[in-house]
Write a protein that binds this ligand. Structure first.
Ligand code: C2O
Ligand code: CU
Ligand code: CU
Length: 503
């Protein structure tokens, strides 16, 4: 049985409810030399042929540290959910069942579909119920994801494990010369920091600091595995990085400074790879990079603490907690994932392709309108002005001075129109995510966009001020509006979210 069959076989076993845990990294690979556990790839559901997939939200127990079980949630398993492969140009019908004792929603973050299938706070699935949205996949290939998006409780549900990855594929990766062998040279890496207590249990008890900064962990999970390592072929390997953390902004860099070639951003591939040494990834954002392991040298993907000089009260409060595991020599650099090249694995792609997509980037044309959003940390409850003042420590959050209200439509956008949105942050950087669109970043803090923001995006970190251009192609009614919000999930739950119709 080759590895691919093993992966698909195990995915089927999980889908059939046997609860088998998949250890893709453990099969046909040499035993790990160090103490870091092997990374596992999430079970893969290939929905490209049948056009259906099923997710069941359920509770479970997970031993992130052996001997210390934590209560967790997952889709079809104890923690997190499967990777679902869907095909562009096809319709896929999802069956979402809820076996939890509370309502959940499943939002398809990055999928361009109408508001009534979007899975936001207006589409709760009650305990014992089933939701069956049909998703028409019309957009180009991209790495997108899905997660709980319930009113007021997104942060604890996602933290507990209600998240997974969707791969939109178009069948053209071989032609492009891109690695596409799932779990071998095409790796899904869902990054999450989590907080563990002294006896090894995962905890979520946000205090005042955590409400202000968002909840940061002290340890790294990749695909739910604590401090892992992964065997890779001695070739070019594709990393699909998804920031599934509640609040942490990563600044990823290889310890040996080897180049990453950025090939894709949130909503699709770039025209050609762009080389970078550091990759910034805020909550909700994704990036696809190619890394060359043909030298056979092991490598450590690390996180260099993101730092930002806040203003006012936030600056006085210091910075969010950093990750454990940083070396004495470099306290700001914590390990994320160890790569161990293995000559026994098939080396298929040996060169970085020079062109990925030579069709011209679609032009969005002149904006028909413009809007301004201010992501505000406000004086508690008083509907602040976003002037940078923060009174009491209640930490009310909002957009344009108003906390989220499910009964209020904040913006009305014309279907098919192109708009320029100018977004600013107060006191701290906030990653803005807009449902139902992909957009281009026009400027970032008054400059040309960073490399990470040079392609199609659905989430962008607003450090100061960002201008973006979007075309609104998906309809959304007042009963099922789209959201725009801070993807620091504690901020979202605290009210840094608004909603809009497209008609
Ligand atoms: Cu990834 Cu509105 O969320
Ligand atoms: Cu979304
Ligand atoms: Cu925020």
């Amino acid at each position: 049985m080759n590895r691919r069959n093993f992966i698909l076989g195990s995915a089927a076993a999980i889908a059939s409810g046997s609860g088998v845990l998949l250890h893709a990294g453990g099969i046909a690979r040499k035993a790990d030399s160090g103490r870091r556990p092997r990374l596992t790839m999430p079970a893969l559901i290939d929905a490209t042929a049948e056009g259906v997939f099923a997710l069941t939200a359920r509770a479970g127990r997970t031993e992130f540290i052996s001997g210390s079980p934590s209560a967790t949630y997952g889709f079809n398993q104890a923690y997190l959910g499967p990777v679902i492969k869907v095909r562009t140009g096809k319709t896929v019908v999802a069956t979402v069942a809820n076996e939890l004792s509370k309502p959940v929603t499943v939002h398809w973050h990055g999928v361009l579909i109408p508001g009534d299938r979007d899975g936001g706070p207006h589409q709760p699935v009650k305990p014992g119920n089933i939701w069956k949205p049909a998703l028409d996949i019309e957009q180009p290939a991209a790495t997108v994801w899905y997660h709980a998006h319930t009113h007021d409780t997104t942060a604890p549900l996602v933290y507990s494990g209600l998240a997974g990855v969707l791969l939109i594929v178009d069948g053209k990766d071989k032609e492009r010369g891109l690695p596409a062998d799932y779990g071998v040279d095409d790796l899904v890496l869902l990054l999450q920091d989590r907080r563990f207590d002294a006896v090894g249990g995962m905890i979520y008890k946000p205090g005042m600091m955590d409400h202000m900064f968002g909840f940061h962990g002290n340890r790294m999970l990749v695909n739910g595995v604590l401090d892992p390592s992964v065997a890779v072929p001695r070739s070019v390997v594709r990393l699909r990085l998804i920031n599934g953390s509640n609040a942490r902004i990563y600044n990823l860099v290889f310890a040996d400074r080897r180049a990453m070639r950025l090939i894709g951003t949130d909503s699709g591939l770039l025209p050609k790879p762009i080389s970078l040494e550091r990759l910034r990834l805020a909550p909700g954002e994704r990036a696809e990079v190619l890394v060359d392991f043909s030298s056979g040298k092991p490598a450590m993907l690390s996180n260099e603490e993101y730092s930002f000089n806040g203003s006012g009260m936030m600056a006085m409060m210091g910075s969010p907690p950093s990750l454990a595991g940083a070396s004495e020599r470099n306290r700001d650099m914590a390990p994320v994932l160890a790569f161990e090249p293995d000559a026994a694995l098939p080396a298929k792609v040996t060169a970085i392709p020079s062109v990925l997509d030579d069709s011209p980037v679609p032009r969005l044309g002149q904006p028909a309108g413009s809007r301004f959003l201010s992501m505000d940390m406000m004086v508690g409850g008083s509907g602040g002005t976003g002037s940078g003042m923060m009174g009491g420590m209640t930490g009310q959050m909002g957009i344009n001075g108003q906390p989220f209200d499910m009964r209020r439509i904040d913006q009305r956008v014309a279907l098919g129109s192109v708009e320029k949105w100018t977004v600013r942050s107060t006191m701290r950087p906030h990653p803005l995510h807009i449902h139902g669109v992909r957009f281009r970043v026009l400027s970032e803090n008054g400059q040309a966009p960073r490399i990470e923001n040079s392609g199609w995006k659905d989430t962008v970190l607003i450090e100061n001020r960002v201008e973006l251009l979007a075309q609104f192609t998906q309809p959304a009614s007042a009963n099922a509006p789209f959201m725009y919000h801070c993807h620091i999930l504690e901020h979202e739950d605290a009210g840094m979210m608004g909603q809009f119709t497209v008609a």
